[in-house]
Write a protein that binds this ligand. Sequence first.
Ligand code: ATP
Length: 317
Amino acid sequence: MRSYSLIAPAKINLYLEILGDRPDGYHELAMILQSIELADEIEVRAIGTDTILIHCDHPQVPSDSSNLAYRAVELMAKEFPDVFAKFGGVEITIKKHIPVAAGLAGGSANAAAVLVAVDMMWQLGLTQPELQDLAAQLGSDVPFCLAGGTALATGRGEQLNALSALDSLYVVLAKDRNLMISTPWAYKAYRSEFGHTYVRDTQSLESRAHRVHSGPMVNAIRHKDGSQIGRLLHNDLEKVVLPTTPQVAQLREAFQSSGALGTMMSGSGPTVFALCESEAHAQQVQQKVRGMIANPNVDFWVTRFSNRGIQVVSSVS
Ligand code: ATP
């Protein structure tokens, strides 16, 4: 029976600006997304029956049809029913290294890996745009997780513009293991407080997104200027999360005085990250912040930028 092993990297947001509302209920965003080397390991195996089985070693990850990896197979089965009938179901094993509900797109990365594996397993030969299209149906972050690297994402986050690769920076991540923030809650809270600032017409939306594309952060990325990137980190969702979640605010403050190039919350949090110029610098920043934070529930990770999305490590037929 065929099986595939894949690596599914997490992402951080170097920039997240909320521009306005969309008719579909999502927000219009302008984000700069960055893959990091912290990644889940995914194994996808063909099984003779027409079932979808999920195994995961993390207690907060569901193994039923609410798992995004399950939904990725379901979508492929719906799109290609004859091929599904011919090849049968799949068994997916997820080894979680990406913290769950952390603003690091762990579930989206798993779904992207499953799309790649099923495409190979069912010998579909889908093009990158076709895979991206399926990815967008599963979630706003899934297309980026598939492609990886550094990208400007607009629309609800699914329209990607690749930016020049940035793979030399290091990242320290910190997260309270007992804390989870619901992404829908964060966006709803932002809408109720800042909805009056939203851009309403298409032309203004386009010009705001264009402003980000031709703005200082993209310029700093083009010049691989780590100090400038650190200074320009931005996330609108901090405006609603920091005042209501003291654990996140404390981590942000500690990283601020740690000598890092810059610090920011990723996505809707609660993970906070700090940018560093080398592994030694990252270890130093981590030690400093560990010393400043009394909360024993905070976990730390040191990782680095990656210029890759989903990677196939091995395939066995
Ligand atoms: P994003 O940054 O895209 O908002 P996130 O990192 O905040 O995502 P995830 O780790 O993807 O969040 O998990 C969000 C929720 O989805 C969790 O409550 C989890 O139970 C559920 N979930 C479903 N499938 C998965 C999966 N494969 N891996 C992790 N969580 C999953």
